[in-house]
Design a binder for this molecule. Structure first.
Ligand SMILES: [Fe+2]
Length: 314
C-alpha cells in the first residue's frame, strides 16, 4: 500500500515512491532508503510529504513490510473482465485508426466520434471499473488505453460541468487524439526504463507540438481537439509546456484535459512507478491549486466513485 507521510517521518528501511517536491529537485523517484545521508537528503528538500510503499519497505510506523497482493495481481471480477474485453477491442481499433493518421492517411472523424461515444458509454456506466481495467496496461497498449481513459473521463467531467453535448462529444475525440504526438516517438525512447537523456526528454516533451502539427493538417477537426492536443501539459501557473500559458489563457476544456491526463497518469501502472490510488492522486492534485483547478479535481473525484475497502482489500 502506498501511504503519504510527513517528510520528517522518513527513516532508513522505508521504500520511497515519490518525494513531493518540484521536479528535478529529487530525481531518484523510487528507492529504498539505505543510509542516514539519504534520509538527510530527503529532509533537505522543500517537500512537505513523501509517499512510501509499505509492501517494499518499513511502514509509516517504522514496522516491517506489509504483505499484500498488489491490485495489478488480483483477479478481476466477471464484470471487470467483460469491460476489460471491450476496452481491449477499442484499443486495438484505435491502434489502426491512429496508426493510419500518423502515417499521413485520411482522417475518419465519424469513426473516431463513434469510438469515443462507445467508450464514453462504458465510462458513464461504470467509471470505477473502467479506471481499474485501464490501469492494467501492457507496454504496447499504454498510449491507446491512456487515451481511451482520458477520453472517457473528459466526457464525464465535461458533462458534469454542464458543457453542451456537442462540446462533450468533441472532448471525447480530443481525449482520444491528445497524445497522438507520442506515436511519433521511437519506442526505445517512449518505453525506456532507465533515466532519459536531455535530448530524449526533449523529444518526449515535444509530443504536444508534434501532435498538433500532425492534426492541424485536418481542417475538419474542431478547434478544441487541436487545443487539447497542444496544451494538455499546460498548468495554471504557467510552469507547464510547450507554451507556458497561464490560467487566463487556458480555456475550461484544456484545463479539464490536463486534470484528467494527470489523474490517469498518476493512477496508472507504469514500468517506473507503482500506481497511486484514486484518493492519493486526488489528494496530490488538490494540494496543488497553483497547477490544477480544485473544483475540477473535486468533481472528477466525485465521478470516479471509490470504495476504499474494495481498493485496499482483495
Ligand atoms: Fe501528453
Amino acid at each position: 500500500m502506498l501511504v503519504m507521510i510527513a517528510k520528517d517521518r522518513v527513516r532508513k528501511g522505508m521504500f520511497i515512491e515519490s518525494v513531493a517536491c518540484p521536479s528535478r529537485e529529487f530525481s531518484r523517484r523510487r528507492f529504498l532508503v539505505k543510509s542516514d545521508s539519504e534520509v538527510a537528503q530527503i529532509l533537505a528538500t522543500s517537500a512537505q510529504e513523501i509517499v512510501i510503499n509499505e509492501q517494499l519497505g518499513l511502514n509509516a510506523e517504522g514496522r516491517g513490510p506489509t504483505k499484500r497482493t498488489p491490485a495489478s495481481q488480483r483477479p478481476l471480477t466477471a464484470r471487470a473482465e467483460a469491460i476489460r474485453g471491450k476496452v481491449t477491442q477499442s484499443a486495438q481499433a484505435l491502434r489502426g485508426s491512429l496508426g493510419n493518421l500518423v502515417e499521413g492517411g485520411a482522417l475518419d472523424l465519424q469513426d473516431l466520434s463513434q469510438a469515443s461515444e462507445v467508450n464514453a458509454r462504458l465510462w458513464s456506466g461504470s467509471a470505477k471499473i473502467a479506471l481499474e481495467v485501464t490501469r492494467l496496461k501492457s507496454k504496447d497498449e499504454t498510449t491507446y488505453l491512456h487515451s481511451l481513459a482520458v477520453s472517457g473521463m473528459m466526457t464525464l467531467l465535461g458533462r458534469s460541468l454542464d458543457l453542451d453535448e456537442e462540446m462533450v462529444a468533441n472532448l471525447g475525440v480530443a481525449g482520444i487524439l491528445h497524445d497522438i504526438g507520442k506515436l511519433l516517438i521511437p519506442d526505445e525512447i517512449l518505453n525506456k526504463q532507465g533515466k532519459l537523456t536531455d535530448s530524449e526528454r526533449q523529444i518526449i516533451r515535444n509530443h504536444p507540438e508534434a501532435g498538433y502539427d500532425l492534426l492541424k493538417a485536418y481542417p475538419e477537426l474542431p478547434q478544441v481537439v487541436l487545443d487539447v492536443c497542444r496544451l494538455h501539459h499546460e498548468v495554471l501557473d504557467g510552469s507547464g509546456y510547450p507554451l507556458g500559458l497561464k490560467q487566463k489563457d487556458l480555456c475550461i476544456c484544456v484545463q479539464l484535459s490536463t486534470v484528467c491526463d494527470v489523474f490517469e497518469a498518476l493512477t496508472s501502472i507504469r514500468p517506473y512507478k507503482r500506481p497511486w490510488t484514486t484518493t492519493e492522486a486526488l489528494d496530490w492534485m488538490f494540494a496543488r491549486p497553483h497547477l490544477y483547478d480544485r473544483k475540477m479535481v473535486i468533481r472528477l473525484g466525485s465521478l470516479i466513485v471509490e470504495t476504499p475497502s474494495n481498493e485496499r482489500n482483495p
